[in-house]
Design a protein around this ligand. Structure first.
Ligand SMILES: C[S@@+](CC[C@H](N)C(=O)[O-])C[C@H]1O[C@@H](n2cnc3c(N)ncnc32)[C@H](O)[C@@H]1O
Length: 242
């Protein structure tokens, strides 16, 4: 979903926290889609889902003193979480201009040292490396997961953390019989499923498929560990060690 040019969007670096009037102005300026709520200064909050329970799973790997890239950051919830947990440098990349603009405004309201770039992940600068790369709930939206994973593994110093859809996701359109058959007989197989709706969900990976493709076939990682996602039923979090 490309929207607008991929210009750099500035950071809030060096600024102080905005006044309560400015925060209220921000809340009236946009129609938020409710996907992510981000805390705002003066105890205010954006409307939307509270992902604080996800944060513990994602930042199971410590970020203190580390550099972090959040790919497909939307409104930047995990960028702020990384800074609050002591990350040294945080960059968020978001292809959608509207989301990136909101994310940048939130950074400005806090005056935090976070950079938001409106950019396609396939245009990420290959020479700049980050200790930790987050790739959360984006893999199913993109058309070329092989190229994306290759690029992101190539710029991660330590770990790439991927939250992705498995075939147990209720949106596959599999009927009850197929879903039961999959769960009871095929879930251990290295299967990849293609979703029926464009962009909405293209790729679904079984755990074994994810590991077979990105570790055994492509040699991108030394090892992968999986954890249950708090995002939604049928999602997994993969900690991919480079
Ligand atoms: C489902 S949201 C996930 C947001 C956040 N990572 C989370 O897990 O809470 C997917 C985000 O990825 C962005 N996205 C999709 N394709 C992208 C691409 N090629 N490059 C950068 N961002 C992309 C979307 O615009 C959207 O904001």
């Amino acid at each position: 979903m490309r929207e607008g040019p991929f210009n750099e969007i500035n950071t809030g670096r060096g600024k102080s926290v905005a006044s309560v009037e400015k925060v209220r102005e921000f809340l009236h300026k946009y129609k938020f889609d409710g996907y992510q709520s981000v805390d705002l200064p003066h105890g205010l909050k954006m409307p939307g889902r509270d992902w604080s329970d996800r944060s513990g799973v994602i930042f199971n790997h410590p970020v203190k003193g580390k550099t972090v890239l959040d790919v497909g950051c939307k409104y930047g919830y995990f960028c702020h979480e990384a800074i609050l947990k002591g990350a040294r440098k945080v960059v968020g990349i978001e292809i959608n201009r509207e989301y990136a603009t909101v994310a940048k405004d939130i950074v400005d309201l806090w005056g935090r040292d976070i950079t938001i770039l409106c950019r396609d992940l396939y245009d990420i600068e290959k020479a700049i490396h980050y200790d930790i790369v987050l790739f959360l709930n984006v893999l199913h939206h993109i058309i070329d997961p092989v190229e994306a994973m290759k690029r992101l593994a190539g710029i991660a110093n330590e770990i790439l953390i991927v939250e992705f859809c498995t075939l147990v996701d209720p949106q596959t359109n599999m009927n009850l019989l197929l879903r039961t058959l999959y769960k009871t007989s095929f879930s251990k197989l290295p299967l990849i499923y293609i979703g029926p709706r464009k962009y909405h969900r293209t790729w679904y990976f079984s755990k074994n498929a994810f590991e077979s493709l990105f570790v055994k076939q492509m040699d991108l990682f030394k090892k992968v560990e999986f954890s249950t996602s708090r995002r939604k039923k049928g999602r997994l979090v993969a900690y991919c060690w480079v």
